[in-house]
Design a protein around this ligand. Structure first.
Ligand code: ADP
Length: 381
Protein backbone atom coordinates (compact mmCIF):
# COMPACT_ATOMS: atom_id res chain seq x y z
CA UNK A 1 0.00 0.00 0.00
CA UNK A 2 1.03 3.61 -0.45
CA UNK A 3 1.90 5.47 2.73
CA UNK A 4 -1.51 6.21 4.18
CA UNK A 5 -3.05 9.58 4.86
CA UNK A 6 -5.37 9.80 7.87
CA UNK A 7 -7.66 12.82 8.18
CA UNK A 8 -8.78 13.80 11.68
CA UNK A 9 -11.60 16.18 12.60
CA UNK A 10 -10.74 18.13 15.74
CA UNK A 11 -7.51 19.78 16.82
CA UNK A 12 -7.30 19.05 20.54
CA UNK A 13 -4.76 17.00 22.47
CA UNK A 14 -6.19 13.70 21.26
CA UNK A 15 -5.37 14.57 17.66
CA UNK A 16 -2.01 15.96 18.78
CA UNK A 17 -1.08 12.68 20.47
CA UNK A 18 -1.90 10.73 17.29
CA UNK A 19 0.95 12.56 15.55
CA UNK A 20 3.99 10.78 17.05
CA UNK A 21 2.35 7.42 16.37
CA UNK A 22 1.58 8.47 12.80
CA UNK A 23 5.15 9.65 12.30
CA UNK A 24 6.52 6.33 13.53
CA UNK A 25 4.31 4.42 11.11
CA UNK A 26 5.04 6.73 8.17
CA UNK A 27 1.41 7.87 8.12
CA UNK A 28 0.57 11.43 7.11
CA UNK A 29 -1.77 12.96 9.70
CA UNK A 30 -3.95 15.73 8.27
CA UNK A 31 -5.97 17.50 10.95
CA UNK A 32 -8.90 19.88 10.76
CA UNK A 33 -8.02 22.33 13.53
CA UNK A 34 -10.22 25.06 14.96
CA UNK A 35 -7.38 27.59 14.79
CA UNK A 36 -3.66 27.89 14.20
CA UNK A 37 -3.27 27.82 18.00
CA UNK A 38 -5.05 24.48 18.42
CA UNK A 39 -3.17 21.80 20.34
CA UNK A 40 -2.78 19.55 17.30
CA UNK A 41 -1.72 22.35 14.95
CA UNK A 42 1.84 22.24 16.27
CA UNK A 43 2.15 18.50 15.81
CA UNK A 44 0.19 17.32 12.76
CA UNK A 45 1.92 16.83 9.43
CA UNK A 46 -0.74 18.82 7.60
CA UNK A 47 -3.39 21.12 9.00
CA UNK A 48 -6.58 22.58 7.59
CA UNK A 49 -7.96 25.47 9.64
CA UNK A 50 -11.71 25.47 10.03
CA UNK A 51 -14.69 24.02 11.84
CA UNK A 52 -16.50 20.78 11.05
CA UNK A 53 -19.61 22.90 10.46
CA UNK A 54 -17.84 24.62 7.54
CA UNK A 55 -18.34 22.50 4.37
CA UNK A 56 -15.50 24.26 2.66
CA UNK A 57 -13.04 23.35 5.41
CA UNK A 58 -14.24 19.74 5.35
CA UNK A 59 -13.82 19.70 1.56
CA UNK A 60 -10.21 20.79 1.99
CA UNK A 61 -9.66 18.10 4.63
CA UNK A 62 -10.93 15.46 2.20
CA UNK A 63 -9.22 16.97 -0.84
CA UNK A 64 -6.30 15.74 -2.95
CA UNK A 65 -4.30 13.80 -2.24
CA UNK A 66 -7.35 11.97 -0.97
CA UNK A 67 -7.06 10.61 2.59
CA UNK A 68 -7.45 6.85 3.08
CA UNK A 69 -9.81 7.38 6.00
CA UNK A 70 -11.29 10.14 8.16
CA UNK A 71 -11.67 9.84 11.91
CA UNK A 72 -12.67 12.06 14.84
CA UNK A 73 -11.09 13.24 18.03
CA UNK A 74 -14.42 14.34 19.49
CA UNK A 75 -18.05 13.37 19.01
CA UNK A 76 -19.47 16.70 17.88
CA UNK A 77 -19.57 15.82 14.21
CA UNK A 78 -22.44 17.28 12.15
CA UNK A 79 -24.36 14.78 9.99
CA UNK A 80 -23.36 16.71 6.84
CA UNK A 81 -19.72 15.76 7.38
CA UNK A 82 -20.64 12.10 6.86
CA UNK A 83 -22.42 13.02 3.62
CA UNK A 84 -19.32 14.84 2.45
CA UNK A 85 -17.15 11.82 3.29
CA UNK A 86 -19.47 9.54 1.32
CA UNK A 87 -19.47 11.94 -1.65
CA UNK A 88 -15.66 12.10 -1.56
CA UNK A 89 -15.48 8.29 -1.20
CA UNK A 90 -13.43 8.56 2.00
CA UNK A 91 -14.45 5.98 4.62
CA UNK A 92 -15.53 7.57 7.92
CA UNK A 93 -14.47 5.53 10.95
CA UNK A 94 -16.22 5.17 13.26
CA UNK A 95 -19.23 5.68 10.99
CA UNK A 96 -22.31 7.76 11.69
CA UNK A 97 -24.37 4.74 12.79
CA UNK A 98 -21.83 3.88 15.48
CA UNK A 99 -20.90 7.41 16.52
CA UNK A 100 -24.46 8.40 17.38
CA UNK A 101 -24.28 6.16 20.46
CA UNK A 102 -21.33 8.20 21.70
CA UNK A 103 -22.96 11.48 20.68
CA UNK A 104 -26.26 10.97 22.45
CA UNK A 105 -26.66 9.49 25.93
CA UNK A 106 -30.35 8.70 25.37
CA UNK A 107 -29.55 6.65 22.27
CA UNK A 108 -26.69 4.98 24.15
CA UNK A 109 -28.83 4.01 27.18
CA UNK A 110 -31.61 2.66 24.95
CA UNK A 111 -29.14 0.57 22.95
CA UNK A 112 -27.45 -0.81 26.10
CA UNK A 113 -30.91 -1.87 27.34
CA UNK A 114 -31.56 -3.64 24.04
CA UNK A 115 -28.24 -5.46 24.37
CA UNK A 116 -29.15 -6.33 27.99
CA UNK A 117 -25.98 -4.66 29.22
CA UNK A 118 -26.02 -3.12 32.71
CA UNK A 119 -27.46 0.42 32.81
CA UNK A 120 -28.47 2.37 35.89
CA UNK A 121 -32.24 2.99 36.10
CA UNK A 122 -32.91 5.87 33.70
CA UNK A 123 -35.57 7.69 31.70
CA UNK A 124 -35.97 10.56 29.30
CA UNK A 125 -37.35 13.64 31.11
CA UNK A 126 -39.28 16.44 29.42
CA UNK A 127 -41.26 18.02 32.25
CA UNK A 128 -40.94 18.84 35.95
CA UNK A 129 -43.47 16.06 36.57
CA UNK A 130 -41.19 13.51 34.86
CA UNK A 131 -38.36 14.59 37.17
CA UNK A 132 -40.58 14.46 40.25
CA UNK A 133 -41.79 10.94 39.41
CA UNK A 134 -38.22 9.69 38.94
CA UNK A 135 -36.97 11.27 42.18
CA UNK A 136 -39.92 9.75 44.08
CA UNK A 137 -39.12 6.32 42.74
CA UNK A 138 -35.36 6.55 43.37
CA UNK A 139 -34.82 7.71 46.92
CA UNK A 140 -35.13 11.43 46.24
CA UNK A 141 -32.03 11.91 44.11
CA UNK A 142 -30.90 11.44 40.57
CA UNK A 143 -28.29 12.47 38.03
CA UNK A 144 -29.69 14.75 35.37
CA UNK A 145 -27.81 14.79 32.07
CA UNK A 146 -28.00 16.53 28.74
CA UNK A 147 -28.17 13.86 26.05
CA UNK A 148 -25.69 15.71 23.84
CA UNK A 149 -22.83 18.12 24.08
CA UNK A 150 -21.58 17.35 27.60
CA UNK A 151 -17.95 16.64 28.51
CA UNK A 152 -15.81 16.62 31.65
CA UNK A 153 -18.88 16.73 33.89
CA UNK A 154 -20.47 19.66 32.04
CA UNK A 155 -24.00 18.57 31.25
CA UNK A 156 -24.20 16.39 34.39
CA UNK A 157 -25.92 17.52 37.58
CA UNK A 158 -26.83 15.63 40.74
CA UNK A 159 -30.29 16.76 41.78
CA UNK A 160 -32.41 16.30 44.90
CA UNK A 161 -35.52 18.25 43.98
CA UNK A 162 -37.44 19.33 40.94
CA UNK A 163 -36.27 22.92 41.38
CA UNK A 164 -32.67 21.77 40.74
CA UNK A 165 -33.73 20.65 37.27
CA UNK A 166 -36.05 23.44 36.33
CA UNK A 167 -33.68 25.61 34.26
CA UNK A 168 -32.52 22.64 32.17
CA UNK A 169 -36.11 21.43 31.68
CA UNK A 170 -37.05 24.91 30.50
CA UNK A 171 -34.11 25.09 28.12
CA UNK A 172 -34.89 21.61 26.71
CA UNK A 173 -38.50 22.70 26.17
CA UNK A 174 -37.19 25.75 24.33
CA UNK A 175 -35.26 23.58 21.88
CA UNK A 176 -32.09 22.94 23.91
CA UNK A 177 -30.53 19.50 24.35
CA UNK A 178 -32.86 16.67 25.41
CA UNK A 179 -32.47 15.40 28.96
CA UNK A 180 -32.28 12.08 30.72
CA UNK A 181 -32.16 11.29 34.39
CA UNK A 182 -30.33 8.35 35.93
CA UNK A 183 -30.37 6.76 39.36
CA UNK A 184 -27.36 7.95 41.35
CA UNK A 185 -25.11 4.92 41.48
CA UNK A 186 -23.37 4.40 44.84
CA UNK A 187 -20.25 3.11 43.18
CA UNK A 188 -17.11 1.79 44.89
CA UNK A 189 -15.01 3.30 42.15
CA UNK A 190 -14.92 4.15 38.46
CA UNK A 191 -13.28 1.86 35.93
CA UNK A 192 -12.70 2.08 32.21
CA UNK A 193 -11.93 -0.43 29.53
CA UNK A 194 -10.77 0.25 26.01
CA UNK A 195 -10.98 -1.89 22.95
CA UNK A 196 -9.86 -1.31 19.37
CA UNK A 197 -11.76 -2.87 16.48
CA UNK A 198 -10.84 -2.91 12.82
CA UNK A 199 -13.44 -3.00 10.03
CA UNK A 200 -12.54 -6.57 9.17
CA UNK A 201 -13.52 -7.53 12.71
CA UNK A 202 -10.44 -8.12 14.89
CA UNK A 203 -10.58 -6.63 18.39
CA UNK A 204 -7.84 -5.95 20.92
CA UNK A 205 -8.65 -5.00 24.53
CA UNK A 206 -6.35 -3.26 26.99
CA UNK A 207 -6.23 -4.09 30.70
CA UNK A 208 -9.13 -2.60 32.70
CA UNK A 209 -8.09 0.61 34.50
CA UNK A 210 -9.29 2.56 37.52
CA UNK A 211 -10.03 6.22 36.96
CA UNK A 212 -10.36 8.77 39.73
CA UNK A 213 -12.52 11.78 38.90
CA UNK A 214 -12.43 15.09 40.74
CA UNK A 215 -15.22 17.59 40.11
CA UNK A 216 -16.38 15.52 37.13
CA UNK A 217 -12.92 15.55 35.50
CA UNK A 218 -10.54 12.60 35.23
CA UNK A 219 -7.68 13.17 37.63
CA UNK A 220 -5.67 9.91 37.75
CA UNK A 221 -5.76 6.56 35.99
CA UNK A 222 -4.12 3.40 37.34
CA UNK A 223 -3.45 0.45 35.04
CA UNK A 224 -4.42 -2.21 35.78
CA UNK A 225 -7.24 -1.38 38.22
CA UNK A 226 -5.82 -2.42 41.63
CA UNK A 227 -7.43 -5.48 43.25
CA UNK A 228 -10.06 -5.90 40.58
CA UNK A 229 -11.66 -9.35 40.81
CA UNK A 230 -10.58 -11.35 37.73
CA UNK A 231 -14.25 -12.18 36.93
CA UNK A 232 -15.11 -8.47 36.83
CA UNK A 233 -12.08 -7.68 34.67
CA UNK A 234 -13.14 -10.42 32.27
CA UNK A 235 -16.73 -9.17 32.28
CA UNK A 236 -15.57 -5.63 31.49
CA UNK A 237 -13.39 -6.82 28.62
CA UNK A 238 -16.17 -9.00 27.21
CA UNK A 239 -18.63 -6.10 27.51
CA UNK A 240 -16.29 -3.82 25.57
CA UNK A 241 -16.03 -6.37 22.75
CA UNK A 242 -19.82 -6.90 22.71
CA UNK A 243 -20.39 -3.16 22.44
CA UNK A 244 -17.74 -2.68 19.75
CA UNK A 245 -19.18 -5.52 17.68
CA UNK A 246 -22.89 -4.78 18.20
CA UNK A 247 -22.48 -1.07 17.43
CA UNK A 248 -20.06 -1.74 14.58
CA UNK A 249 -17.42 0.52 16.12
CA UNK A 250 -14.18 0.96 14.21
CA UNK A 251 -11.22 2.55 15.93
CA UNK A 252 -10.82 2.83 19.69
CA UNK A 253 -13.83 2.58 22.00
CA UNK A 254 -13.66 3.53 25.68
CA UNK A 255 -16.33 2.19 28.02
CA UNK A 256 -16.55 4.03 31.33
CA UNK A 257 -17.91 1.85 34.11
CA UNK A 258 -19.02 2.06 37.72
CA UNK A 259 -17.98 -0.78 40.00
CA UNK A 260 -20.65 -1.58 42.57
CA UNK A 261 -20.54 -4.55 44.94
CA UNK A 262 -19.45 -7.40 42.68
CA UNK A 263 -20.94 -5.92 39.51
CA UNK A 264 -20.40 -3.34 36.78
CA UNK A 265 -22.70 -0.62 35.43
CA UNK A 266 -22.04 1.29 32.22
CA UNK A 267 -21.53 5.04 32.58
CA UNK A 268 -20.72 6.17 29.07
CA UNK A 269 -19.02 5.45 25.77
CA UNK A 270 -16.39 7.33 23.79
CA UNK A 271 -15.46 6.30 20.25
CA UNK A 272 -11.99 7.74 19.98
CA UNK A 273 -8.83 7.72 22.06
CA UNK A 274 -9.82 8.68 25.60
CA UNK A 275 -8.24 10.16 28.71
CA UNK A 276 -8.53 6.77 30.45
CA UNK A 277 -6.13 5.37 27.81
CA UNK A 278 -3.31 7.93 27.96
CA UNK A 279 -1.38 5.55 30.23
CA UNK A 280 -0.90 3.29 27.22
CA UNK A 281 1.56 5.69 25.53
CA UNK A 282 4.23 4.94 28.11
CA UNK A 283 2.77 1.83 29.72
CA UNK A 284 1.60 -0.54 26.97
CA UNK A 285 3.24 -2.21 24.02
CA UNK A 286 0.78 -0.39 21.74
CA UNK A 287 -0.64 3.00 22.67
CA UNK A 288 -4.28 3.85 22.08
CA UNK A 289 -3.16 6.46 19.53
CA UNK A 290 -1.15 4.01 17.44
CA UNK A 291 -3.94 1.46 17.75
CA UNK A 292 -6.60 3.93 16.69
CA UNK A 293 -4.64 4.67 13.51
CA UNK A 294 -4.10 0.97 12.89
CA UNK A 295 -7.77 0.18 13.50
CA UNK A 296 -9.25 2.90 11.27
CA UNK A 297 -6.82 1.93 8.49
CA UNK A 298 -7.77 -1.76 8.94
CA UNK A 299 -4.15 -2.66 9.71
CA UNK A 300 -3.16 -5.53 12.04
CA UNK A 301 -3.70 -4.46 15.64
CA UNK A 302 -0.79 -4.21 18.08
CA UNK A 303 -0.27 -5.94 21.41
CA UNK A 304 -2.22 -4.22 24.21
CA UNK A 305 -0.23 -5.74 27.10
CA UNK A 306 1.21 -3.48 29.79
CA UNK A 307 4.96 -3.67 29.98
CA UNK A 308 5.20 -2.78 33.68
CA UNK A 309 3.31 -4.13 36.67
CA UNK A 310 1.80 -0.66 37.26
CA UNK A 311 1.28 2.47 35.22
CA UNK A 312 -0.22 5.64 36.68
CA UNK A 313 -1.27 8.63 34.59
CA UNK A 314 -1.99 11.90 36.39
CA UNK A 315 -3.65 14.73 34.51
CA UNK A 316 -2.29 18.26 34.70
CA UNK A 317 -5.13 20.76 34.97
CA UNK A 318 -4.37 24.44 34.61
CA UNK A 319 -3.22 26.02 37.89
CA UNK A 320 -0.88 28.81 38.91
CA UNK A 321 1.86 28.28 36.37
CA UNK A 322 1.27 29.97 33.03
CA UNK A 323 4.29 28.79 31.06
CA UNK A 324 4.56 25.05 31.50
CA UNK A 325 8.01 25.01 29.91
CA UNK A 326 9.53 25.79 33.33
CA UNK A 327 8.09 22.51 34.58
CA UNK A 328 10.49 20.61 32.35
CA UNK A 329 13.34 22.01 34.44
CA UNK A 330 11.64 21.34 37.76
CA UNK A 331 10.34 17.79 37.45
CA UNK A 332 13.32 15.91 38.86
CA UNK A 333 11.95 12.35 38.70
CA UNK A 334 13.74 10.80 35.71
CA UNK A 335 11.00 8.19 35.36
CA UNK A 336 8.19 10.74 35.06
CA UNK A 337 7.07 11.03 31.44
CA UNK A 338 5.74 14.55 30.97
CA UNK A 339 3.26 15.26 28.16
CA UNK A 340 2.28 18.87 27.46
CA UNK A 341 -0.50 19.71 25.05
CA UNK A 342 0.68 23.13 23.87
CA UNK A 343 -2.55 24.74 25.08
CA UNK A 344 -3.02 28.06 26.82
CA UNK A 345 -3.32 27.57 30.58
CA UNK A 346 -6.72 28.23 32.11
CA UNK A 347 -7.75 27.08 35.56
CA UNK A 348 -9.08 23.52 35.45
CA UNK A 349 -8.37 23.01 31.73
CA UNK A 350 -6.57 19.79 30.75
CA UNK A 351 -3.13 21.02 29.65
CA UNK A 352 -0.97 17.91 30.01
CA UNK A 353 -0.40 14.68 31.86
CA UNK A 354 2.40 12.75 33.52
CA UNK A 355 2.88 9.00 33.42
CA UNK A 356 5.02 6.87 35.72
CA UNK A 357 5.53 3.11 35.53
CA UNK A 358 6.76 0.94 38.38
CA UNK A 359 6.74 -2.23 40.40
CA UNK A 360 4.84 -0.85 43.41
CA UNK A 361 1.35 0.56 42.93
CA UNK A 362 1.34 3.11 45.77
CA UNK A 363 4.82 4.39 45.00
CA UNK A 364 4.02 4.72 41.28
CA UNK A 365 0.82 6.60 42.10
CA UNK A 366 2.61 8.98 44.47
CA UNK A 367 5.34 9.76 41.96
CA UNK A 368 2.86 10.47 39.17
CA UNK A 369 0.72 12.75 41.34
CA UNK A 370 3.77 14.61 42.67
CA UNK A 371 5.19 15.18 39.22
CA UNK A 372 1.81 16.38 37.89
CA UNK A 373 1.56 18.85 40.81
CA UNK A 374 5.02 20.21 39.98
CA UNK A 375 4.02 20.70 36.35
CA UNK A 376 0.79 22.42 37.38
CA UNK A 377 2.25 24.95 39.80
CA UNK A 378 5.60 23.93 41.18
CA UNK A 379 4.17 21.32 43.54
CA UNK A 380 2.02 23.54 45.77
CA UNK A 381 -0.86 21.60 47.32
P1 ADP B 1 -19.24 13.48 30.88
O1 ADP B 1 -19.94 13.21 29.59
O2 ADP B 1 -19.17 14.92 31.22
O3 ADP B 1 -17.93 12.76 31.02
P2 ADP B 1 -20.43 11.49 32.64
O4 ADP B 1 -21.74 10.94 32.24
O5 ADP B 1 -19.22 10.62 32.47
O6 ADP B 1 -20.23 12.90 31.97
O7 ADP B 1 -20.48 11.93 34.15
C1 ADP B 1 -19.40 12.60 34.81
C2 ADP B 1 -19.20 12.03 36.21
O8 ADP B 1 -20.42 12.16 36.97
C3 ADP B 1 -18.92 10.53 36.21
O9 ADP B 1 -17.57 10.26 35.98
C4 ADP B 1 -19.38 10.15 37.60
O10 ADP B 1 -18.42 10.46 38.56
C5 ADP B 1 -20.61 11.03 37.79
N1 ADP B 1 -21.84 10.30 37.38
C6 ADP B 1 -22.37 10.27 36.12
N2 ADP B 1 -23.46 9.50 36.10
C7 ADP B 1 -23.66 9.03 37.34
C8 ADP B 1 -24.63 8.16 37.94
N3 ADP B 1 -25.67 7.66 37.27
N4 ADP B 1 -24.49 7.88 39.25
C9 ADP B 1 -23.46 8.39 39.98
N5 ADP B 1 -22.52 9.21 39.47
C10 ADP B 1 -22.61 9.53 38.17
Amino acid sequence: MNSPIVAVVGGGQLARMMAPAATALGITLRVLVESEQASAAGAAHETVVGLPTDPDAVRRLLGAPRPDVVTWEHEHIPAEVFDQCAAARVPARPGAQALRFAQDKIEMRARMDELRLPNPAWRVVETDADVAAFLDAHGGQGVLKTARGGYDGKGVRVIREVADAHDWIASAAAGGPRLLIEAKVGFRRELAVQVARRPSGDCAVWPVVESIQRDGVCSEVTAPAPDLAPELAEQARAMAITIAESLDVTGVLAVELFEVEGALIINELAMRPHNSGHWSIDGAVTSQFEQHLRAVLDLPLGDTAAHSPWTVMANVLGGERQDLGDALVEVGDPGAKVHLYGKGVRRGRKVGHVTVTGADCDDTYRRAVEAAAIVRDGGAA
